[in-house]
Design a protein around this ligand. Structure first.
Ligand code: NHR
Ligand code: GAR
Length: 223
């Protein structure tokens, strides 16, 4: 049987990408990363991919007049690798319905908040402004509505008294590196599926997202 194919989209430093590369190399994710695509030529994550001998592609926005024509090119590039799964790892461009519908139920994103709280950008700053005591990250399936697709797994991160935006972002990022490879491994092993708005793990509906807490996985009652 041929290995499943994963295409990863990035925009920046690519530490989540690195965590996924490491999990593939350890054998924790039974798939190949067939391409890493960035919308920015200067994304540090491209170097991480090259170091791991993964194909890299840059699709820059400047070359395309609007979102639809950009996404058309992106789809053409992604399609070359026939991915079973598309992973957004710090990808900072909103994807059009055209893209989402083309890869229905096979796109995962990691968002730096405990969704549905703090959708959108600058989540760490907003968590501090709102004086939240608990913050975190969520892995979710990507749907047409921004940051609103079904959530698979979350990691909670306590907000500390003297946290800055940077210190909080850093602790959340560490937890992202735990939960993202886990969710991807479930998906490629065929354990994780989506049915409408329901997330299925091992054939059972998750009543609430799986939770990574104090280095342990908590799965609430399933039906
Ligand atoms: N696309 C769709 N259709 N649905 C989602 O849920 C998506 C998505 C694309 C990216 C990641 C998301 C996040 O985790 C993501 C989820 C970028 C923006 C944004 O406003 C918002 C959410 C996310 C990513 N981007 C601006 C834009 O106009 C550009 C901002 C910038 O370049 O700094 O695309 O938070
Ligand atoms: C991560 O914290 C990710 O959750 C966030 O950007 C960072 C990327 O880090 N994603 C978004 O904010 C999407 N809008 P990385 O490039 O080191 O993986």
């Amino acid at each position: 049987m041929t290995k499943k194919s994963i295409v990863i989209l990035i925009s920046g430093s690519g530490t989540n990408l690195q965590a996924i590369i490491d999990a593939v190399e350890r054998g924790d994710i039974n798939a190949s990363i067939t391409a890493v695509i960035s919308n920015r030529a200067d994304a540090k994550g491209l170097q991480r991919a090259q170091r791991a001998h993964i194909n890299t592609i840059v699709v820059e926005q400047g070359d395309h007049p609007d979102r639809e024509s950009y996404d058309q090119v992106l789809i053409a590039e992604v399609d070359r690798f026939q991915p079973d799964l598309i992973v957004l790892a710090g990808f900072m461009r909103i994807l059009s319905d055209q893209f989402i519908n083309h890869y229905q139920d096979a796109i995962l994103n990691i968002h730096p908040s405990l969704l549905p709280a703090l959708k959108g950008l600058h989540t760490h700053r907003r968590a501090l402004e709102a004086a939240l005591q608990v913050h975190g990250a969520s892995v979710h399936f990507v749907s047409n509505e921004l940051d609103s697709g079904p959530v698979v797994i979350q990691a909670e991160v306590p907000v500390l008294q003297d946290d800055t935006e940077a210190s909080l972002a850093d602790r959340v990022l560490q937890q992202e590196h735990n939960i993202y490879p886990m969710a991807i491994a479930w998906f490629v092993d065929g354990r994780l599926k989506i049915n409408g708005n329901d997330v299925l793990l091992d054939g059972k509906v998750l009543n609430r997202p799986a939770l990574w807490k104090a280095d342990q996985l908590v799965i609430s009652e399933q039906h």
